[in-house]
Write a protein that binds this ligand. Structure first.
Ligand code: SF4
Length: 425
């Protein structure tokens, strides 16, 4: 069913990271208070521990479902990739599937296969099909329903591809699709048409053509590496790409969009961060969905990236029944700030084919922004945007705080609903 899934690297040219990147020591039991929601590890705690933290939850999961894997393997990102849960039998071993899930997984063909790292699987509810994280990673029948306005490529990325794998939509920046592989596959993925297999291919030659295009276009000052997930590429290959882009004088800075630090936090090895810090200014957008993702492991991966001087921003897709409430979103945004991740974008879910069961009304996003703005730190309030279908780019949406305008004044509504007059020049 999923035989056509791509390897975790450039097709035919690559292999996952070297053994030297593995941090294999058996970690001590984390202190019971080490909940990142309350208590991210201090610099000293992180420096003391050469190994990767393991929450009680993932430790119990490992012992139950992977009893032959010591922590040294569990903390090896390559082991995590090799032992991803990819089919019905693998899922049924760790989760009591509903009839809907079972039928949907059995029916799946093509890109966006099932793929879940053992670490991330440890965060899923064994019994509750409605648990938010479970809903984002296990297919259900709703995926196969096509509703009006949906499309396989709703953002028109293929149309804006300057060369294969390079989207040039905005004048001064490009989206560099470096790989079609992800360590886990999100069921609401905007690029579901191209990740995890299918007709899209990624190769070294494609990288070269994309780089040549960037070299020729001196207006490009910002390159965003995405995919697929660039942090699934072996460190030395990724370094080759970053170094190559860095030689282009008009490229002022690089960005990486990734979910790996959230779903495969063990990938953020010291070797990786040592390499990344050589290519500053380098920014990173991390894809978070729900506060249940804020584990000790993720506190560690984000701390390592932040300590490497990489400014971290978050991107979150608004999803029905998963994170579409002010309390859930507030908890997520507050948790991110404690991990030194600035909430950046809250996306209205794109109308990809089979996404109706994930999409909320736009009014829900505005309600959430209204519930955050003024009620908590401004840093905790992301930009709510719709990526305009057909390639229009991101359009920001804000609640209407201007009640009336004219005659040299604005009537403004504040977060408490009080009205204030401002003399408009
Ligand atoms: S990690 Fe990103 S690219 Fe991969 S499936 Fe999830 S949303 Fe899509």
């Amino acid at each position: 069913m999923m035989d056509n899934e791509q390897r975790p690297t450039l097709a035919g040219t690559d292999s996952p990271g070297s053994a030297a990147e593995t941090e294999a020591a058996e970690p001590p039991d984390p202190p019971s208070s080490l909940s990142p929601r309350l208590f991210p590890p201090t610099v000293k705690e992180r420096e003391r521990g050469a190994s990767f933290p393991q929450s009680e939850r993932s430790r119990a999961f490992r012992r139950r479902f992977f009893p032959d894997a010591p922590s040294s393997l569990w903390n090896d990102w390559r082991w995590q990739l090799q032992h991803r849960i990819r089919d019905l039998a693998g899922l049924a071993r760790v989760i009591r599937l509903s009839a809907d899930e079972r039928a949907a997984v059995a029916r799946h063909t093509g890109p966006l296969p099932v793929g879940i790292t053992p670490y991330y699987a440890s965060l899923l509810s064994e019994t509750d099909p409605d648990q938010p994280l479970r809903r984002t990673h296990i297919p259900v029948g709703g995926e196969y329903l096509r509703t009006e306005g949906e499309a396989d490529d709703p953002l028109g990325e293929d149309h804006d591809s300057a060369v294969p794998g390079l989207v040039h939509r905005y004048p001064d920046r490009v989206l560099f699709l470096a790989t079609g592989f992800c360590s886990t596959y999100c069921r609401y993925c905007t690029r579901s048409r191209m990740v995890g297999g299918g007709e899209y291919t990624f190769s070294h030659g494609q990288w070269e053509r994309a780089i040549a295009y960037i070299e020729q276009h001196t207006e490009i000052r910002d390159v965003l590496l995405s995919g697929g997930d660039p942090l699934t590429i072996a460190t030395e290959k990724l370094e080759w790409l970053l170094a190559r882009l860095r030689t282009i004088r008009h490229v002022e800075f690089l960005r990486i969009g990734t979910k790996v630090p959230v779903v495969l936090p063990q990938r953020v090895t010291r070797d990786l961060t040592r390499m990344l810090r050589r290519y500053h200014p380098l920014w990173m957008s991390l894809h978070f969905t729900h506060p249940d993702e804020l584990t000790p492991e993720v506190a560690e991966s984000t701390a390592r990236l932040a300590d490497a001087g990489i400014p971290l921003g978050s991107q979150t897709v608004l999803l029905k029944g998963i994170n579409d409430s002010v309390p859930v979103m507030r908890e997520l945004m507050h948790g991110l700030l404690k991990l030194r991740v600035k909430p950046y974008y809250l996306y209205q879910c794109d109308p990809i084919t089979g996404s109706a069961h994930f999409r909320t009304p736009v009014a829900k996003g505005l309600e959430i922004i209204e519930g955050l703005r003024g009620h908590t730190s401004g840093y905790a309030v992301p930009h709510f945007v719709i990526d305009a279908p057909g390639g229009g780019g991101k359009v920001p949406l804000v609640p209407n705080y201007v009640v009336e305008s004219g005659e040299g004044r604005l009537l403004l509504r504040n977060y408490e609903g009080h009205i204030y007059s401002y003399p408009d020049a």
